[in-house]
Design a protein around this ligand. Structure first.
Ligand SMILES: Nc1nc2c(c(=O)[nH]1)N[C@H]1C(S)=C(S)[C@@H](COP(=O)(O)O)O[C@H]1N2
Ligand SMILES: [Mo]
Length: 201
């Protein structure tokens, strides 16, 4: 009871508990458009590619772990209407990846790409200044494969489909272009507070 009351109070401090049309869940649903890929750590890497598809930088698994790590506790919002409050993650922020790459973002948009073929588009403005990370721990443990392990994107201020699981890199783009769900009618940006669920919202 104590933790319940505390949680409610915490969520209320922002004025609104969850974005419009969302309900709070305490479990952690798995939503995947296909099977869970199983990439060996030895074969895993994360790449930044420029707008011509040329590699800017690539980190192997242990190189990623050696970068400065950031821990966040954030609420997440799925477009299927569940929200989960106070989720705890650890990973490397987009800012720290860009710093380590030693080159500023060469274009204003990215396409995130993943094992299994999933993609999602994001504006650099929605990644920088601490807004996004490549997360490899959830709630103090290695990220489970079904939730995107070994590593996933975490962009909690947008609907959770933007948080690409099994992410393997970001390809910069001069012009915005739809990823997997965006090409099937979902919104290009997906701000849950504006209820940007479908194209045209
Ligand atoms: N690679 C990949 N990433 C993905 C998805 C997917 O199908 N494949 N589904 C997205 C959707 S729609 C949601 S709601 C979240 C679900 O993450 P979870 O399974 O950890 O809850 O992952 C997003 N990232
Ligand atoms: Mo989703």
């Amino acid at each position: 009871m104590i933790s319940r009351g505390f949680r409610r109070k915490r969520a209320d401090t922002g004025g609104t508990a969850v974005p419009p049309g969302q309900y709070v869940t305490t479990d952690f649903p798995v939503l995947s458009a296909g099977p869970t890929p199983r990439t060996r750590i030895a074969d895993w890497s994360f790449a930044l590619e420029d707008a011509d598809g040329k590699e800017m930088f690539r980190w192997g698994w242990f190189e990623l772990l050696a970068l400065p790590a950031t821990e966040v506790t954030v609420d997440i919002h799925c477009v299927t209407k569940w929200s989960k409050l106070g989720t705890r993650w650890k990973g490397v922020t987009f800012d720290d990846l860009v710093l380590a790459a030693g080159r500023p973002p060469p274009a204003p948009f990215v396409m995130a790409f993943c094992d299994g073929g999933y993609t999602t588009n994001l504006a650099v403005a929605d990644l920088e200044a601490g807004k996004a990370m490549v997360a490899y721990e959830y709630d103090g443990h290695a990220l489970a494969p079904e939730h995107g392990g070994p590593a996933r994107l975490l962009v909690p201020h947008l609907y959770f489909w933007k948080s690409a699981k099994w992410v393997r890199g970001l390809r910069f783009m001069q012009a915005d272009a739809p990823g997997f769900w965006e090409g099937l009618g979902y919104h290009g940006r997906g701000d849950p507070w504006k209820e940007e669920r479908y194209a045209g919202d």
